[in-house]
Ligand binder design. Structure first.
Ligand code: SF4
Ligand code: MG
Length: 335
C-alpha cells in the first residue's frame, strides 16, 4: 500500500494573550491510498486542530509551529495560500458537523454540486447537471432527478449531510476529512450516514480521515484508529486492537463510555472523571496522569515514550514498561 498522507511530528499552537496554547504537541501518523482512519478523542484533544492544520484552515491566532504534512509527496506546510486553494476541495475535501452552515440556503442543492464540479472539472452546464444527479444517486438521495432542484431547507438533516458528501466527492478528492459528520444527527440517521461512508470508500477509492469524540462511530468505517488526548496520540492500532486489546487507560476509558446497543436502557455508561489538561502549561509527564486510575510516580515526572505492542500498534503509556505492574483490563467490550 502507498502512503497518501504522512503527518510528521506536527506541532500547532494558538498564540493568545495568556500564552501559547499547545493544541497539537508532536503528532505523527499516516494514511494509505484508499484507507479510512479514525481520529478519536474528547473535545480539546487536538483532533480538529490536526485536521484544520492538514487543510491549512487554521484561524488566527493559530499557527503550525513545526513538523511536516506530506501529501502526495509534497509538504503542505510549505505551500502558498494560492496553492492550498487549488488543493482544497479538489484533492482534499472536508465535511463538517452541521451541513446547514456549509450549504448556501439561496441556491439549489444541484447548483451547489454543479458549482463544485464546474470549478474543478470544467464541464459545461448540461454535463455538470447530469453529474450532479449521478452524485446524488451515489449518496442515496431518492429520485435525484427531481431532488436536484430542491433548496437545502427542503432536505432533511440526514439528506443535507448526504448532499454535503456529494459536493465533497464531486471533485474526486484523494482525501476526505470528515469532522464529526454525524454528531448533529439522530442515531438511526447517524448509522445510515456511516454506512454510506463505508460504502463510498470502496466505490470511489477516496481515503478518509473520520474525526469524532465517539469511538463507537469509527469501528465499522475505519481500519485504523488514532486516539488523541492532550495534543498527543495516546494509542494507535487497528480497529480490532483498539476495541479488543486496548493498551492505554484513556482508550479503555473511552470504551467504557460508549453506549452499547445490546444493553439498551440497562447499561451504565462510565464517563471519564476529571477534565483535560491545560495546554498553556501542559503536564511534563503523561497528559492523562490526573485522570488515570493506574497513574504511577514516574507518570507525573516523565512523558512515556511509545511502546510498540505489535507492528502498527503503539501506546504512549508507562504500563507497557517491562517493570510496570500488570493491569487487568475490563472495558465491557466483548467480541
Ligand atoms: Fe496512566 Fe501513567 Fe499510563 Fe499515563 S503513563 S496513562 S498516567 S499509567
Ligand atoms: Mg472538533
Amino acid at each position: 500500500s502507498q502512503k497518501l498522507l504522512e503527518v510528521k511530528d506536527l506541532k500547532t499552537s494558538f498564540y493568545i494573550h495568556l500564552g501559547e496554547v499547545q493544541a497539537v504537541r508532536g503528532v505523527s501518523f499516516s494514511v494509505d491510498k484508499g484507507e479510512a482512519i479514525g481520529i478519536v478523542g474528547e473535545s480539546g484533544s487536538g483532533k480538529s486542530v490536526t485536521s484544520m492544520s492538514i487543510m491549512r484552515l487554521l484561524q488566527y491566532p493559530g499557527r503550525i509551529k513545526d513538523g511536516e504534512i506530506i501529501f502526495k509527496g509534497e509538504d503542505i506546510v510549505k505551500k502558498s495560500d494560492k496553492e492550498m486553494m487549488a488543493i482544497r476541495g479538489n484533492e482534499i475535501a472536508m465535511i463538517f458537523q452541521d451541513p446547514m452552515t456549509s450549504l448556501n440556503p439561496v441556491f439549489t442543492i444541484g447548483d451547489q454540486i454543479m458549482e463544485a464540479i464546474r470549478r474543478h472539472q470544467g464541464l459545461n452546464k448540461k454535463d455538470a447537471k447530469e453529474k450532479a444527479i449521478e452524485m446524488l444517486r451515489l449518496v442515496g438521495i431518492p429520485s435525484p432527478e427531481s431532488r436536484v432542484d430542491n433548496y437545502p431547507h427542503e432536505f432533511s438533516g440526514g439528506m443535507r449531510q448526504r448532499a454535503m458528501i456529494a459536493i465533497a466527492l464531486s471533485c474526486q478528492p484523494d482525501l476526505l476529512i470528515a469532522d464529526e459528520p454525524t454528531t448533529a444527527l439522530d442515531v438511526t440517521i447517524q448509522a445510515q450516514i456511516l454506512e454510506l461512508m463505508k460504502d463510498l470508500k470502496d466505490k470511489v477509492n477516496t481515503s478518509i480521515i473520520l474525526i469524532t469524540h465517539d469511538l463507537g462511530v469509527v469501528a465499522d468505517v475505519c481500519s485504523r484508529i488514532v486516539v488523541m488526548y492532550g495534543g498527543l496520540i495516546m494509542e494507535e492500532g487497528t480497529s480490532e486492537e483498539i476495541f479488543y486489546d486496548p493498551k492505554h487507560p484513556y482508550t479503555m476509558g473511552l470504551l467504557k463510555s460508549i453506549p452499547r446497543l445490546d444493553l439498551g436502557q440497562k447499561q451504565r455508561l462510565v464517563p471519564i472523571e476529571g477534565t483535560p489538561p491545560d495546554l498553556i502549561k501542559p503536564p511534563v509527564g503523561c497528559p492523562f496522569v490526573s485522570r488515570c486510575p493506574y497513574a504511577m510516580k514516574i507518570c507525573k515526572e516523565y512523558r512515556p515514550p511509545y511502546f510498540e505492542v505489535s507492528k502498527g500498534h503503539r501506546s504512549m503509556c508507562w504500563l507497557l514498561h517491562e517493570k510496570a505492574p500488570k493491569v487487568e483490563v475490563e472495558t465491557g467490550v466483548k467480541r
